[in-house]
Design a protein around this ligand. Structure first.
Ligand SMILES: *[C@@H]1O[C@H](CO)[C@@H](O)[C@H](O)[C@H]1NC(C)=O
Ligand SMILES: *[C@@H]1O[C@H](CO)[C@@H](O)[C@H](O)[C@H]1NC(C)=O
Length: 465
């Protein structure tokens, strides 16, 4: 097609000519949101899960709070486990993007005729702007994600996140820069909501990696999953399987049987996601993929999350035992008839997708009957385990405790939508004592030392009510 080019780059040449073809057909009429925006897995924007926010970032729907109408209930405590907001790519992905952009530049300089023309087209549509020092840091939109979330929660729980309560909110964060920036932005949002004087860098959160980055401290998890080459076998198999092969063929070259670099296909897909989540841009790279391609790439990242962070290995969920116990201890205290004046109206815990997924798994959520594997892509379309819906940027797991006539009740919201506890599916907000009974085995066990270090320990770490 383009004689004289090395085989490896000719693939990309073909790829980019396809970009431009698809661009010229559709870019002018294209909506602002790429057609594949819902398939970016953990790189999905929060707005893809809650599109009403595209019209109004402060839109809240109070009907998501559903204690029984027959009992007079008032919310008495909120615990929120929140993922950081939109961020820059990490170094590894920035390097992939660099390789992709260098290929583009080299071709633009060396190409001739038609090739030179389309390369100029892509270059006028897109410019490399990522640098390695951006490494995973929170972007401006990521700060907005958390500020806006804080303000929506203040609207949804006016009595808990009230003006006088703001100073009594407990805040903890992972030590990672993007999380600390996120918990600061959350505090900014609360202050803005109540028009309190800007505190001038006076934030009141605690950094707590034991709680928010438990996964790297759990030896059983690190050795059994993270460093275990066979733990992610399904992901490796799928990466080299027929569905991914077809995407590479379609996206990079219809009929070239030569080199089809996997990571560059993914780099182009991620580029589309980053330009959207960081700059709200519809990048020309998005046109490389149709919806079927995007679903395959989404499945690949869901497989990874499932086998690395979720139900694929029981130890992933168990590694979150410290966080599980922390949440229930907080709820226990908040639910006591005579609450101590020192108890917190709200507890805000900011971490990672790697923090939320194990906890959700431990709670038994998003566990489909058939695990996703390399071989069953075709039967997994209806799966509940879709990381883009569960842990997009600014994902949040809310535990809402109510005081009701028959006693305390607990409701779960994920990304501001009601979700029922497994085993208690008849009610949105079951009695707290029924929730405790459901998780009795974990409340009485789920010991970090025993599960993660294999050390036997004494009983009864958490028997208070
Ligand atoms: C609020 O949510 C309920 C379901 O929880 C839905 O029926 C209703 O249409 C929503 N209202 C708005 C204004 O989005
Ligand atoms: C590694 O993972 C495989 C597959 O999940 C498992 O069978 C094996 O026990 C693990 N190895 C270690 C050392 O934990």
């Amino acid at each position: 097609m383009f004689p004289g080019l090395p085989r490896r780059t000719s693939v990309l040449v073909a790829a980019l000519s396809l970009v431009v073809t698809r661009l010229s057909c559709s870019s002018l009429s294209a909506p602002d949101i790429p057609h594949i925006a819902a398939f970016f897995g953990t790189k999905t924007r929060y707005e893809e899960v809650n599109p009403q926010l595209l019209r109004d970032v402060f839109s809240v729907n109070r009907s998501v709070l559903r204690p029984p109408a027959s009992e007079r209930c008032t919310p008495v405590h909120l615990t929120a486990v929140i993922r950081h907001g939109s961020r820059y790519p990490t170094v590894k992905n920035i390097q992939r993007i660099q390789r992709l952009s260098e290929l583009v530049r080299r071709e633009a300089a060396g190409g001739s005729g038609g090739a030179a023309q389309w390369l100029q087209d892509i270059q006028s549509h897109w410019e490399m702007w990522y640098t390695e020092d951006m490494d995973g840091q929170l972007v401006m939109k990521g700060r907005d994600d958390l500020r806006w979330l804080a303000r929506r929660l203040a609207l949804l729980f006016p009595s808990l996140l009230s003006e006088e309560n703001v100073a009594r909110v407990s805040l903890r964060s992972s030590s990672k820069h993007r999380c600390v920036s996120s918990v600061e932005a959350f505090q900014d949002g609360l202050q803005e909501h109540w028009r309190q004087p800007v505190h001038d860098g006076q934030y009141s959160h605690q950094v707590d990696d034991q709680l928010m980055r438990f996964f790297e401290r759990c030896r059983g998890y690190v050795e059994g999953v993270e460093k275990n080459r066979t733990a992610l076998l399904e992901v490796e198999k799928f990466k080299h399987g027929k569905e991914m092969e077809a995407v590479r063929r379609r996206a990079l070259n219809e009929d070239c049987p030569c080199v089809r670099p996997v990571d560059l296909v993914e780099a182009a897909f991620f580029l589309c996601s980053y330009e959207l989540s960081i700059k709200s841009l519809h990048s020309p790279w998005c046109f490389l993929f149709d919806e079927d391609d995007a679903k395959v790439l989404e499945y690949k990242s869901d497989l990874k999350q499932y086998w690395k962070r979720s139900h694929g290995h029981v130890i992933s969920g168990l590694s979150s035992c410290p966080l599980f116990h922390h949440v229930f201890r907080t709820l226990d205290k908040a639910g006591r008839p005579r609450r101590s004046v020192t108890s917190h109206p709200a507890s805000i815990l900011v971490g990672h997708a790697e923090t939320l997924l194990p906890l959700l798994s431990l709670l038994g959520l998003y566990k489909d009957q058939t695990p996703p594997t390399a071989d069953n892509y075709r039967t997994q379309h209806g799966r509940s385990f879709r990381s883009g819906l569960i842990v997009p940027y600014a994902a949040n797991l809310l535990f809402v405790l109510y005081d009701c006539q028959r006693g305390p009740r607990l409701q779960l919201l994920i990304n501001e939508s009601p979700v029922r506890f497994p085993g208690l599916e008849t009610e949105d907000a079951p009695l707290y004592r029924d929730v405790r009974a459901t998780y009795r085995h974990l409340l009485d066990g789920c010991d970090f030392e025993r599960e993660c270090e294999g050390r036997p320990v004494g009983r009864g770490p958490n028997t208070e009510l």
